[in-house]
Design a protein around this ligand. Structure first.
Ligand code: ADP
Ligand code: ASP
Ligand code: MG
Length: 461
């Protein structure tokens, strides 16, 4: 079971989670994966940036907010007689956090490695507090960091990849003996460790991934993702007021949605689950009686909607490589992707003009500059590429549904729906799985495009 930051943001929410666990504990063997409280990770990201820029005053102020949130929750959650010990543990982490931020400010340097270390405090602070809430209700608990639970990764800080064989072996070795003694392991989501013990993170939203890695290693029957909405919905309810919950969805569809949905689920989280065919259920921690969404191997039935959901990924940019010399020149695309790949730029979407004179890639806003610089170095001045252009502040609208496969006219309906709302489409791509058609529009047009498509395919209430 993974509890998202929104499910544990306050003392009363933590107590609610403890009651959920109490209900499952007698009959099930559980591992609990815990995210950072509320917006903690965002605050830590910002604190790190402030410190790096030398704005130590502002950094300290924000840090104080994070620290006192955790400090204040302790007496409201811990059982009598346990407050002092838990508080000491939290204060110990808090002072380590102080030193980390001071160090960043002193050096004016925030490397991917020190950033991961800084971000790890969110989960490391949250997990012992939630475990204590469960212990207060009589459950036997043990707290682990991701690394202590056995999750070992490479050293791609910021987006580390788990070493599956080693991790699986270690996870089984560490968790099974606890279960035999009816102890529930509480594992920090999002963070793991390299072979030599440096803290890594699995990428933003990575607690989902932690959960599915553990589930896969332990041969779990089900993964429960507890969040603050009733399940996976036809669109982000913050954008589309009448979005509805999807009772079932296939792994293929959910993969497309999570990849493009950014916030809803970590894009790689479903891979281990899909591979082992472990069903994933997404449920609302404040309405646990609702059935939620079941993600499983079952493909959509005939008669279901052609388009199932529309998602929006913000803060992306387009990088376009162009030149008349590219026409018919073999290997240009390979060179483009190889360059981006070796500079750790993640390409989310690709399109190539049929004249072959342009190749456009969608990448995260923060990676646009790095991508352009790398491509300039690798490709300019060789005769075939004339220009490398960039456009920041766009978003991708992804339209997903396995029923789109082989159904003619879907793309036409999508484009006329957004066209009617005067939304200008900058770039288009269709996955060869045909589960997904994606468009890139400007930052300001994104929500309107989502609403237009949602309405066109009758996905609302
Ligand atoms: P957690 O703290 O549980 O990890 P997140 O904030 O990461 O929660 O993700 C849950 C939020 O994702 C919801 O509150 C909702 O606003 C947003 N969201 C975006 N797209 C969807 C979607 N298709 N279905 C449901 N929620 C979505
Ligand atoms: N706390 C981390 C984040 O905000 C991981 C997660 O919530 O899944 O990205
Ligand atoms: Mg999340």
């Amino acid at each position: 079971m993974k509890f998202g930051g929104s499910s544990i943001a306050t003392a009363s929410k933590m107590k609610n989670v403890a009651r959920i666990l109490q209900r499952y504990a007698p009959s099930d063997r559980i591992v609990v994966v815990v995210s950072a409280l509320g917006d903690t990770t965002d605050h830590l990201v910002e604190t790190g940036e402030l410190a790096r820029r030398g704005e130590l005053g502002k950094a300290r102020k924000l840090l104080y907010k994070v620290q006192s949130t955790h400090r204040k929750i302790v007496p409201a959650v811990a059982g009598r007689g346990r407050v002092k010990e838990l508080l000491a543990q939290i204060e110990h982490l808090n002072s380590e956090l102080d030193r980390t931020v001071e160090g960043i400010a002193h050096l004016r340097e925030l490397t991917p490695r020190s950033r991961d270390y800084l971000l790890s405090f969110g989960e490391r602070l949250a997990t012992p507090i939630l475990a204590e809430a469960a212990a207060t209700l009589g459950l036997k608990v043990r707290v682990f960091t991701g690394g202590e639970a056995g999750i070992t990764t490479d050293d791609m800080f910021g987006e580390a990849k788990p070493l599956l064989e080693v991790s699986s072996h270690q996870i089984r070795q560490r968790v099974n003996p606890l279960w035999n003694r009816k102890i529930i392991p509480f594992v920090t989501g999002f963070i793991a460790s390299t072979v030599d013990g440096s803290v890594t993170t699995l990428g933003r939203g990575g607690s989902d991934y932690t959960a599915s890695l553990l589930a896969s290693a332990l041969g779990a029957d089900e993964i429960l993702i507890w969040t603050d909405v009733d399940g996976l919905m036809t669109a982000d309810p913050r954008i589309v007021k009448d979005a509805t919950v999807l009772p079932t969805i296939s792994f293929g569809e959910a993969l497309e949605l999570s990849f493009f949905g950014a916030k809803m689920m970590h894009p790689r989280a479903l891979q281990p689950a899909a591979q082992k065919k472990i069903p994933v259920r997404i449920k609302n921690s404040s309405r646990p009686k609702e059935t939620g969404t079941l993600v499983s191997t079952r493909e959509s039935q005939n008669g279901e909607k052609v388009v199932k959901a529309v998602s929006l990924i913000r803060d992306v940019g387009i990088v376009t490589v162009s030149g008349t010399g590219m026409m018919g020149a073999p290997g240009v695309a390979a060179k483009v992707f190889q360059t981006l790949g070796s500079n750790n730029v993640n390409v989310m979407m690709i399109s190539q003009g049929s004249s072959e004179a342009t190749i456009s890639c969608v990448v995260a806003n923060r990676e646009v500059d790095r991508a352009v610089r790398a491509l300039q170095l690798a490709l300019m001045g060789q005769g075939f590429v004339e220009k490398i252009a960039e456009e920041k502040d766009c978003c991708v609208v992804a339209v997903v549904g396995s029923g789109m496969k082989g159904t003619p006219g879907v793309a036409a309906r999508i484009f006329s729906a957004v066209g009617k709302r005067k939304v200008n489409v900058r770039m288009v791509a269709q996955g060869s799985s045909e589960y997904n058609v994606s468009l890139v529009v400007s930052h300001t047009d994104g929500p309107e495009a989502v609403r237009a498509i949602h309405e066109e395919f009758g996905l609302g209430k």
